[in-house]
Ligand binder design. Structure first.
Ligand SMILES: Cc1ncc(COP(=O)(O)O)c(C=O)c1O
Length: 449
């Protein structure tokens, strides 16, 4: 499947419109996932190959969304397809362990010294939930600290202050307030979730000095996608390490997305020494997966053979053999040279897009790290959730739709990832589509005031 011309292809498709009308009848809002929906409706996928996805109207898009950063090799990667086919032929799920789960566990623990042991589950949300429960069981405390705007899945505690409005986002002390991620969140969840400002070490140190003694854990994504995709600073990490030393809580590094940044994950790149690490997305090769990993000491909390099992980690589809087989195939192919190449492509594309904004005097920028990128419609520095919170939602929507018309699929908040089937030609296409989409919006004076 190839995309050869750089011209607009309109996506308000009849087949997708019909599909959307059908889905609306039986699914609230006509979408199974908030994240995949955008107005008026998304194109419905028919198939994908490599870095291209084709919709049910036959239009093709360079896929930078990659099912929200979970497909490091794009679509229908043949080693993954073969592995799933072989595994499925032997049965899709058992009430017994399989050897494949040992192999994937060995592969991941062999890559990252901080991951001495691992347990698989079926989503990143589950992984985060189990890690938080583990931290509580190990410390005998209930409270959790997280960073404002950072996404860690849909567990009540970590949804706190995911997307607060300026109205009321400060507490009486001027620190980030704890705002529920959904209506009806119990008050005790808000009381027991401490919200920290991103990359503000002094303020974080002051908050942790007060709240540290009641914390079970602190969860951090070293490059939080929703909070701007700005990497954590060394000063910030020093503060977290010092507070852990003093108060005895656990640090959970949430690398559900950012594990892809190096062979051993994100934390070594920033000098972070976590107790537990949560994983998902790419380690399943496109199949549903999550995992909690960490030091053998911390992971003992999940050891059911102890006389007192502290936290029961498992579910019907945990370590599902198809996901194990797909993950093994995908992660084996994602070796050090593959990651270095992805990171280089990512850095090239960020540099090219930023240069083009400067040359065209467009007040926009791209942030990110390694193979990850995110667009922002401002030239003001992006430092945290508050500075990246989109003040121009309609323009961002228009840019997303226009990129789609130019044949590039981004996530609805205009972020994306490079995958291994991409090459310099795909990056050129991506850069051209993105800069043209933003230039169009700018030229049409669609920039909201
Ligand atoms: C950092 C992070 N943690 C956790 C999750 C939740 O993972 P899942 O969607 O597999 O439940 C996500 C999902 O995007 C994520 O980005």
């Amino acid at each position: 499947m190839r995309f050869t011309t750089f011209s607009k292809q309109h996506v308000r498709s009849s087949n997708s419109s019909v599909a959307f009308a059908r889905e609306r009848e039986v699914v609230p809002g006509g979408s199974m996932r908030n994240a995949t929906w955008f107005t008026p409706h998304p194109p419905y996928a028919a198939k994908g190959l490599g870095c291209w996805v084709e919709d049910i109207d036959g239009r093709r898009f360079l896929d930078c969304a990659n099912n929200f950063f979970s497909l490091s090799h794009g679509h229908a990667f043949s080693p993954v397809v073969e592995a799933i086919r072989a595994a499925a032929g032997n049965g899709t799920a058992f009430g017994l362990p399989t050897e494949k789960e040992i192999e994937l566990a060995q592969l991941i623990t062999g890559r990252s010294p901080s991951c001495e042991q691992i347990r698989f589950c079926t989503s990143g949300t589950e992984a985060v939930m189990f890690a938080v429960k583990g931290a509580r069981a190990l410390t005998g405390r209930g409270a959790l600290a997280k960073f404002e705007g950072a996404y860690h899945g849909s567990y009540d505690w970590v949804e706190v202050s995911l997307a607060p409005d300026p109205d009321g986002w400060d507490d009486e002390q001027g620190n980030p307030a704890s705002i529920g991620g959904a209506e009806g969140v119990p008050r005790h969840v808000l009381r027991d979730t401490i919200v920290l400002p991103w990359n503000e070490p002094d303020r974080c140190a002051a908050i942790l000095a007060k709240e540290g003694p009641r914390l079970a854990g602190l969860i951090i994504d070293p490059v939080p996608s929703r909070a701007g995709m700005i990497p954590v600073t060394r000063e910030m990490i020093d503060v977290l390490h010092a507070a852990r030393e003093k108060y005895g809580f656990l640090i959970i590094s949430d690398e559900v997305i950012s594990f892809r940044l190096s062979y051993a994950g994100a934390h070594p790149l920033f000098g972070l020494r976590p107790d537990l690490i949560t994983l998902g997305k790419i380690i399943g090769g496109g199949m549903p997966i999550g995992a909690v990993a960490g030091s053998a000491r911390a992971m003992a909390v999940f050891d059911h053979t102890q006389s007192k099992p502290l936290v029961a980690l498992g579910g019907t589809f945990s370590a599902n053999p198809l996901a194990m087989a797909a993950g093994l195939a995908a992660m084996t192919a994602l070796d050090e040279p593959a990651i270095a190449r992805l990171n280089q492509l990512g850095s090239d594309l960020r540099a090219a897009i930023n240069l083009s904004f400067i040359e065209r005097r467009i007040p926009a920028q791209v942030t990110g790290s390694g193979s990850l990128f995110r667009l922002h419609l401002t030239s003001k520095p992006i430092t945290n959730y508050r500075s990246c919170r989109c003040l121009l939602p309609k323009t961002l929507q228009a840019v997303h739709a226009s990129a789609l018309d130019y044949g590039v699929l981004l996530t609805p908040n205009c972020s994306g990832a490079v995958s291994t089937p991409m090459d310099s030609a795909s990056i050129d296409h991506l850069v051209a589509a993105v800069t043209q989409s933003i230039a169009d919006a700018f030229a049409r004076q669609a920039w909201e005031k």
